[in-house]
Design a protein around this ligand. Structure first.
Ligand SMILES: [Zn+2]
Length: 274
């Protein structure tokens, strides 16, 4: 594989394995993740160890695998991070980021591969410009933003990641890949291929609501345990900094463990200030 660049969005349960496998190829890697390592991640996210708790996942993973890290929340404002990528691998835990990637890839005529899973099940699908898109299949309904990967078992995450990476390598080398949606369930070894039709949805028609920032449903509550994201305009010189268990990012975000948004905000004012 000659100097291709792959962007992986999300370095959680599936993303850990996808990243590891992709890094073994001659590929330039860009890792984007808004989250920090938590103790419960250690059992199914092998790139992280105890010393990494509280640190941004993108930075920890990139250091281990010689990738370029973006410890950021991918939004319509910083989506140009993806400009260098030939292919985008979605390993996120939320639908909004997927709609954003879908808009971006349609507009910029780039392929992307969707991967998601919950418990013993997982889904992988290749998306190519001009064909059926993510929004043809899924509708952006408020409240759909479930934390999918938080509950995936390692065996399912591993299978999904292997499928995603094998499709990625074939796509990069110009080979034909399947256009069906592939669903697996490790509980009974089942694999199902589903034909999906292009619906000429509004994104297909060139209306990129997520890319234009017209649609935003992102909650402040993060996936996983009781973690909140607060975006303020503080500036730090480092890529990240941990103060009293609060992780501050260079892009002006803070990730705080708390029982409610109110408590997160009060901890923030107490330790970081306004
Ligand atoms: Zn569409």
């Amino acid at each position: 594989m000659i100097s291709k660049t792959v962007a992986i969005v999300g370095v959680g349960a599936i993303g850990n394995i996808t990243t590891k496998l992709t890094s073994e190829e001659q590929i330039n890697l860009i890792l984007i993740d808004r989250d920090v390592v938590e103790s419960h991640n250690l059992k199914n996210q092998p790139l992280y160890s105890k010393e990494d708790i509280g640190k941004p996942k993108a930075i920890v993973a990139a250091e281990k695998l010689k990738a370029k890290a973006y410890p950021e929340d991918l939004t319509f404002e910083n989506i140009n991070i993806l400009d260098r990528a030939d292919l985008i691998l979605d390993c996120t835990d939320n639908l909004e980021t997927r709609f954003l990637i879908n808009d971006y890839c349609l507009k910029n005529k780039k392929p992307w591969i969707y991967a998601a899973g919950i418990k013993t099940k997982g889904t992988v699908m290749n998306f190519f410009p001009g064909e059926v898109c993510f929004r043809c299949i899924f509708k952006p309904v408020h409240g759909l933003d479930t934390c999918e990967t938080s509950g995936i078992i390692t065996e399912a995450a591993t299978n999904i990641a292997f499928l995603q990476v094998s499709n990625a390598l074939r796509t990069l080398s110009g080979e034909k890949v399947e256009k069906e949606m592939v669903r697996i369930d490790v509980k009974d070894n089942s694999l199902e291929k589903i034909k999906v039709k292009k619906q000429n949805c509004i994104a297909c028609k060139g209306k990129y609501e997520f890319l234009e920032g017209k649609k935003q449903t992102k909650p402040t509550k993060m996936c996983g345990s009781n973690t909140y994201q607060i975006k303020e305009d503080f500036k730090i010189k480092e890529h990240f900094k941990i103060i009293k268990g609060i992780t501050l990012f260079k892009d002006g975000r803070a990730i705080i463990k708390a029982k409610s948004e109110k408590e997160a905000r009060s901890l923030y004012s107490k330790f970081v200030g306004n």
